[in-house]
Each structure stands twice: as C-alpha cells, then as structure tokens.
Design a protein around this ligand. Structure first.
Ligand SMILES: O=c1[nH]c(=O)c2[nH]c(=O)[nH]c2[nH]1
Length: 334
C-alpha cells in the first residue's frame, strides 16, 4: 500500500480482488537453468492468475467524501479491463502481465495516479499419456496443482515525464511445504523454568515456507527475454536442494542457507525474504532400530514462525569471512 496514499499520507484506494483469469497459449517462458534445477521454462499453455488490482488518486477523494462518482471507474469495469487486456499480453511472466495491465490502465484513465497489482499464479500441471512405447506430457490435458505457487506484487505510479513507473515490486513462492525425515536438529537453546521442549538431535522437520525476492532492476522480472528472470520453479528446486544437502540446527539457519544460495545463483536479485512456519511432526513412538522406524502425528497449534530478509551484502560477508565455503563443504550432510 506504499503508493496508494494521498499527499497528506492517508491511504485511499479501491479496486477488485479475486479476478480469475485463465489465459491460454501465452508466450512460452525460457529461463537460464541453475545446477539445482531441471526447470528450463514453461510452455505457458495455461497462464492463469488470481489478480488483485487497486487504484488511487487525489482526485478520487470526492468519491469518498461527497459521493461524487464522476471519476469512479466501476470495479466491475476494472475486472473487464483486466480480463480483456490479458488477451493482448505478449510476454511470458506474471510480473510482465501486471505491468502491462497497470501501464494500460494509467494510460486509459489519466486521473488515476497510482496502482498496486498483485497476481497469484494458478498452477496447472501436465499429465502423462502414452506416446508410442513410452509416455509423454499431453499438450492438451492439464490438472490444477494444489502445491506451492508463484505470485508477484507491483506498485506503479505516474511519473511526470516517463508515464508509468514501477515504484516497487516483490515476487514470491508461497506455501512451499517440505518434510525432511532425518538430518535436522534443534538443541542448545535457552533452558530455564519455562522450558519443556526436549533437545532434539534428529527431528522430522516439516516446514511451510514463503520466499520473496526483489530484483536490482525490475525490468528483469518483466522481460524474460533478457535472460535474468528468476522463475519460482527455480527457487522451489533450489530450496529442495539446500534442505536436502544441509544438516540444519534450526529453521533460522536453514532459511539463511537458502538465502545465501539464492543470492549466489541469482546476482540479479537485490534482496530475498523469508517467512517460515514450523510444522514439525509430533513424535508418538521414538525411532528405533536400523531403519529408524518412528511414528509421528500432526503437530498441534500454536506454531512457531521465522522472518528474515537478506541482501547481496549478506552473501558478500559470508564469502569474505569464509563461512560460505566451509558450510558448502559441510553441506553434504543430507
Ligand atoms: O527451528 C526451530 N527454531 C526455533 O526457534 C524453535 N523453537 C522451537 O520450539 N522449535 C524450534 N525450531
């Protein structure tokens, strides 16, 4: 809500949420692969989003204070604008789509001065069908995925000389849910009269993770053809790898390691941010025997959480004090 403010600092905005848009056959996305991922792009056969679109302007004040609707674009019309203009988008990214719609809207309605647009990708997966002797992805049939998903948030305003200007952006992978059955510990924390949690040297660590990233140059997020687009699928696979590789003493340290790896693989990012949630299974029967067979159940609320922001300076610091290289070596402790 950074830009949806009047000159006196008060917020003023209105808009439409849950605009569900299923665009077919968008431009395919190609990305530069990273060692942690086999993902090289997406056909974008179904380029679907849930969009929230908010607008602001000093000149909308009378619509609140006097009931004057002369400058009100009905939110129903906003919905139509988003859906119809999505057909004309020629790019391949969520960020590019939001910027395209936002810029067109500022052009069409000159009294609107700022826009915030958020798009949550509605993921669809391919299904496999028989193809000769083997199986191949059907180019026609897809199924919705209820796993993690990508999103982006863009704020635009109207700059005098240049028209629409991107004021801020943040991209995200939301609701990544991962369980690592062995190789995580949590011990050495403060023990006092409030402590009942036993120390754990090997716990089945279940995390819910939201990962956010910001580019040094927002144009890299809008134009995948520049070759610097960070697809959420790459971030997902990178997180899988780091979780697999490292024996972690806490979720705090795990997200720090994921952050370092992201900043290293994607120097085009200025910042990464994490929100994690601890859903570690509750132990019912302690693991015993050679196979470490244990029995666990769903944890009960309340749930712990962590939040952390990192920049390229964190990677530079870890590289210069040697901790980065040491830990990368140690990382083989899956
Ligand atoms: O990774 C963890 N970090 C904590 O801060 C914490 N606190 C807690 O009770 N369990 C955990 N796990």
């Amino acid at each position: 809500m950074l830009v949806l403010k009047l000159s006196d600092g008060r917020t003023l905005y209105y808009g439409k949420g849950d605009v569900l848009s299923y665009r077919t056959y968008a431009t395919p996305l190609d990305v530069q692969p990273i060692p942690e991922s086999a993902f090289a792009g997406s056909g974008n056969v179904i380029f679907a989003h849930n969009i929230k679109f908010s607008v602001s302007s000093e000149r909308l004040l009378p619509s609140f204070t006097e009931g004057g609707n002369a400058l009100v674009v009905a939110t129903d019309s906003m919905k139509n604008f988003i859906l119809r203009e999505t057909a004309r988008y020629e790019g391949s990214t969520t960020e590019g789509l939001l910027a395209f719609i936002g810029e067109l809207f500022l052009e069409k309605y000159p009294h609107v001065t700022a826009i915030e647009a958020e798009g949550h990708r509605l993921p669809f997966e391919t299904v496999q069908v028989r193809d000769g002797e083997g199986f191949a992805d059907s180019p026609l049939v897809y199924r919705p995925s209820h796993n993690d998903r990508a999103s982006a948030n863009l704020a635009l305003d109207r700059a005098a000389a240049v028209g629409a200007r991107i004021v801020s952006h943040e991209c995200a992978l939301s609701d990544l849910q991962l369980i690592k059955v062995s190789g995580s510990s949590f011990y050495g924390f403060i023990r006092d009269e409030y402590t009942t949690l036993p120390e754990s040297y090997d716990r089945p660590l279940f995390i819910f993770l939201d990962i956010f990233w910001t580019y040094a140059d927002a144009q890299d997020a809008l134009h995948a053809e520049r070759g610097r687009y960070v697809a959420a699928e790459l971030v997902r696979d990178l997180a899988h790898h780091v979780f697999h590789e490292f024996k972690t003493p806490s979720i705090q340290y795990l997200i720090y390691r994921i952050g370092l790896r992201m900043l290293k693989r994607f120097p085009q990012l200025s910042q990464v941010r994490f929100e994690s949630n601890n859903r570690t299974w509750e132990t019912v029967v302690e693991p015993v025997g050679g196979l470490h067979a244990g029995v666990y159940t769903e944890p009960r609320p309340p749930f712990g959480f962590q939040g952390f922001t990192m920049t390229q300076a964190d990677l530079a610091a870890a590289e210069s004090n040697g901790s980065e290289a040491r830990d990368e070596e140690r990382g083989a402790g899956a």
